[in-house]
Write a protein that binds this ligand. Structure first.
Ligand code: ADP
Length: 379
């Protein structure tokens, strides 16, 4: 669980903390260089500890709490001020993001109890993709089926894709409306978004965060016929397929780990599974980049963000090599040297002659979430 106390006018983080390994004996709270043991802490206790630590900071003066909620469904396309009825509506969306929405709701409930006198907001990862044109958002299924179950593509990571787009525009001193951007969010979950004139026009995740790229533990695109085959041949039920696709596939299924650092290390020593995993991972990103460049009729900037996108020069290089034909020329030294931080949240990766800007952008969901809540508050 990540968190930050943000001054929304300056964009500065006054304090940041995160809790790791919630629910295990290794649970611990990281506050700057300090690490506090929270062995055995479950999610509600982790929330209590975090908020107590913020309130311990006398100058904190918290005005609002803003929570990231992954799935906002059809309804939530703006930040929502939380009350019991909004929470009940979010709860009804849990089946669309079973890994994400239920723990977010549990954390929200605990935080509202701990800080009842300030407004709480939900900011939705699906909201930025509310602009998807019909041809990107619909699946080619019969209209009756789609309507009965609300089946459509929603897209995710919108908070960060939107932050990346505005950061790229500010960095290039260009109006967002004049840019065609491909934003590659490569973390444990991973998605690519095509952003034209500041609007999401296509994205690789679909109705749930399962579609698209090869991810840490998720398979991404799989022929639906494979699932039919597994149901028929192995008698797998929905929960077993869910577990297979969400938790046992992707990099973890290919190599045994979802940690890209370890995969890169093992690949450099010749581990064939890891070599193949990197090739598949990169190939899938390139397929989406190519598709989106064509869909937008060209591309002005390609940005990499999140754990792998920010830190792995190898993955960025492999994704961006041989793109001269679209005018994108990577500078290998710049790519190797790129180091992002709070003070340097964006780095140029391309050669001066490149017609397409290639960038690494630090994910800052906390700032984007805080700003969304501030603007909903009219601040
Ligand atoms: P989450 O989606 O959980 O927020 P992150 O954005 O933190 O995930 O990304 C996690 C991924 O980033 C992991 O696969 C991790 O191995 C990878 N990662 C972090 N640092 C590096 C690095 N220096 N090189 C390669 N991969 C890295």
């Amino acid at each position: 669980m990540k968190s930050a106390l943000v001054d929304t006018s300056s964009g500065r983080r006054l304090q940041e903390m995160h809790v790791e390994s919630i629910g295990s004996d290794h649970a611990c709270l990281h506050a700057g260089a300090e690490v506090r043991d929270l062995a055995g802490a479950d999610l509600p206790i982790a929330v209590d500890e975090l908020l107590a630590a913020y309130r311990g900071n006398e100058d904190s003066g918290i005005d609002a709490v803003a929570h990231r909620v992954v799935h906002g469904g059809e309804k939530f396309v703006e930040p929502a001020r939380l009350d019991d009825s909004v929470l009940a509506e979010i709860e009804q969306l849990s089946h669309l993001a079973p890994l994400h929405n239920p723990p977010a709701l549990a954390a929200i409930q605990r935080a509202r109890a701990a800080l009842p006198d300030v407004p709480h907001f939900a900011v939705f990862d699906t909201a930025f993709h509310a602009t998807l044109p019909d041809h990107s958002r619909e699946y080619a299924l019969p209209a009756g089926v789609r309507q009965r179950y609300g089946i459509r593509r929603f897209g995710f990571h919108g908070i960060n894709h939107s932050h990346v787009a505005s950061s790229v525009a500010a960095h290039l001193h260009t109006e967002l409306e004049k840019l065609r951007i491909i934003s590659c969010h490569l973390g444990n979950g991973a998605s690519v978004t095509a952003i034209a004139q500041g609007r999401s026009v296509d994205t690789s995740m679909g109705m749930t965060p399962l579609e698209g790229l090869v991810m840490g533990t998720r398979a991404g695109d799989v022929d639906p016929g494979v699932l039919l085959q597994l149901q028929r041949a192995d008698d797998l039920d929905a929960d077993e397929l869910d577990d297979l696709l969400n938790k046992r596939s992707g990099l973890k299924g290919l190599t045994g780990t979802n940690d890209m650092r370890e995969i890169e290390r093992r690949a450099s020593k010749g581990d064939r599974d890891c070599v193949l995993a990197i090739e598949m991972y990169v190939h899938r990103v390139r397929k989406y980049m190519g598709a989106y460049a064509v869909a937008m009729g060209g591309v002005d900037a390609i940005a990499f963000t999140a754990g792998v996108g920010e830190h792995s020069a190898l993955i960025r290089r492999r994704c961006l090599e041989r793109l001269e034909f679209i005018g994108a020329v990577l500078d290998l030294e710049r790519n190797d040297a790129a180091k992002l931080s709070g003070d340097h949240p964006i780095a140029t990766l391309c050669a001066p002659k490149s017609m397409v800007h290639l960038l690494a952008v630090r994910a800052d969901e906390e700032l984007a979430i805080a700003r969304a809540a501030a603007s909903a508050l009219g601040g």
